[in-house]
Design a protein. Sequence first.
Length: 304
Amino acid sequence: MILITGGAGFIGSHVVDLFVNNGYDVIILDNLKTGNLNNVNEKAKFIKGDIRDKINLRDIEVVIHQAAQINVRYSVEDPKYDADVNILGTINLLEAIRKYEIEKIIYASSGGAVYGEPKYLPVDENHPISPISPYGLSKYVGEEYIKLYNRLYGIEFVILRYGNVYGERQDPKGEAGVISIFIDKMLRGERPVIFGNGKQTRDFVYVKDVAKANLLAMKWKNEIVNIGSGKETSVNELYKIISEELKFKEKPIYDKPREGEVYRIYLNIDKAKSLGWEPETGLKEGIRKVINWMRGSYDKLNKN
């Protein structure tokens, strides 16, 4: 039996689907703060709950920990809440894992936030850790607690440091997810906003490729692994790809940069490749999938 925290969320629900499709019995724990019941796989058992509450892990073999406060800008505004969810919530989960003698945890960390401004590119797993946001710090502290519980209690772990994940089910009304935000705006005939000069870069990785990394991580032991595309894409370049795909002619609105966000980053994924994982979906193909999904969602809304 697998427990997936945050399994009603954007990334977590894709992880649930893949595990269910591969024959695993899955329990989802999600407080639905950012998750959505429409994302929940009908073959999984759903429990509405918070990772900061008392957690029953009886009969669970592996915990996949996707639940988190994920908004970089909100973490700057309210670092106490960010720490409460991402640090204390993870400790609470680890205590339950220790109590119920669970053999393994797979943890979703952030390759875009824990490293801070890169000293070199692409960033590998040995790059110095120097986060510039409370979110980046809280995800890294979670990593350190997981490694501590491995040393103290022998709990196996895999830490997956995600790039900028995008794909179907990402909420365009949220603060994260520039691809879904741009697509949503353009479909509505509105000009998207780019914060900064647009030359800032990210490593965009498709959500179903990220889900596959979680499935493969079941076979890995005590590893920290970057999960990204291994490619650098600027926000201006991203805008161009999406606007050409949608035949959107308007220029973006440029606004001041946002606090706590790195300027340039992309990940070295050689280690992931050596372990048998690599991204299968290119950026343009992935963007087309998101556009088709979002158009379908709007068609349903308009019919209702």
